[in-house]
Design a protein around this ligand. Sequence first.
Ligand code: NAD
Ligand code: UGA
Length: 477
Amino acid sequence: MSVAVKTICCIGAGYVGGPTMAVIADKCRDLKVIVVDLNKEKIDSWNNEDLSKLPIYEPGLKELIKRCRGKNLFFSTKVKQSIAQSDMVFISVNTPTKQSGLGAGEASDLKYIESSARSIAEYAIGHTIVVEKSTIPVKTAEVIKTILISSQNDLKKKSSKSFSVLSNPEFLAEGTAIDDLINPSRVLIGGESTSSINALVNIYKNWVDEEKIIKTNIWSSELSKLTANAFLAQRVSSINSISALCEKTGADISEVAKAVGMDYRIGKNFLKSGPGFGGSCFKKDILNLVYICKLYGLNEVANYWNEVLEINHWQQNRLTNIILKKLFNTATNKKIGILGFSFKANTNDTRESPAINICTNLLIDGANLSIYDPKVKFQEIYNNLKDFKNSEDISFNYEDRICMASSYEELANGADAILILTEWNEFKKIQWSKISKLMRKPSWIFDCRDIIDLNDFVESDLNIWKLGFGSNVDNLK
Ligand code: NAD
Ligand code: UGA
């Protein structure tokens, strides 16, 4: 048996809520899908006629919005009315690391989950299926249920509301979100109520093969999401740790990754060495895992996962030190060009981008930065770097030392070094012979994303340093 679902609502119009609901609306034309957010500016952007002004950049998203918005997909700030008319409500709000109080620096801050649950408890009518889409600590469904049940028992309201809670974590990656949603590796649904699970399965069945839909108990579902992210991050830290050894020994990290990844038990994905993982989730989800392990007294497990984060931070600092060493141990008054500021290609998201830490380190050492990113706005870059200002040295006047370049030529003009920090495809087409003429000599290119082909530089007077590339070894002595 399954519950009939005609209208769904998603609380949170962010990187997950927006694209996920757009795909559901596109694939289920009989469903009415409403995405709500308290942030009016964000909702206005989702409703902007000019599709280049959507709040997030994601390949394929504009086309979906064009097809569905105003037909069966709506973006609104009307939380109350939207919940009231929905049979199913997804919670897709942010779950950042707690900044203060109990568990600060590790535990997830569940205040947005709690306020969403309270809104659902207050405004829902009849039977409502509540779906956890956000990534949350294992056992959060308990919190949500407690809040919902207490409203059910609120006799003063004399209402006949009832709820069931499902966990349905999202596995999309930014930059490939639409593809990931359309062709998911799996859809995970945890819960107790068979009819509610079936109602959600019926939505996904419109485009996902039923064999890919896994049903588990709710706690397995919650914990699987944290574990999947921890495993992915661990692979990046593992390959990054080996990149440092390659540089010392003459091995080439891309060759090592290929040789290792061809073992079918290991697999070739997620073995790309780089400046460290960024993004809003890996760090916060591992911190959360570490916190939960400590709560249960599993200190060895906590320490194990914490190392994945330590290596990530170390990789970013290690890169800065190599760069500074090449620049005669100082970046003071040197112009350094930064290619790419988003945490990966094909997204405008800068949350936890390795560029933030690396650029900050260089600013602290006195560099002037000229930054180019195809999709990140200057204000966003500036806000990210400004936030670090006070933690290191309040006397720096960063404003004059960061600028946005509008072309590769502008970025290169008079620069001592250029760093490639994001693997945007367009960087592969840069004509380095032209760039070389504009830079101050000796000039350096630091390729942290395996973008450039060394064969193109045989005749060049540019000094090239590639992350994890063993032939750098002589230059480093
Ligand atoms: P986000 O910050 O982009 O979006 C969250 C939105 O929720 C914000 O716009 C915020 O204003 C809104 N919000 C918060 N409280 C609200 C409330 N009470 N009522 C209405 N709106 C409210 O976050 P995101 O990147 O979309 O991530 C959401 C969740 O999904 C997180 O738990 C994250 O870990 C998880 N996740 C993220 C990704 C990703 O790639 N970004 C992938 C999988 C899972
Ligand atoms: C990641 C997971 O891949 C998603 O499955 C998950 O749903 C999501 O987190 C989440 O929960 O938020 P995302 O952070 O968007 O997705 O992007 P990834 O492709 O995983 O990249 C994360 C970081 O690792 C990036 O900085 C990327 O450059 C880096 N990375 C990734 C590498 O350095 N090497 C690799 O081989 C892969």
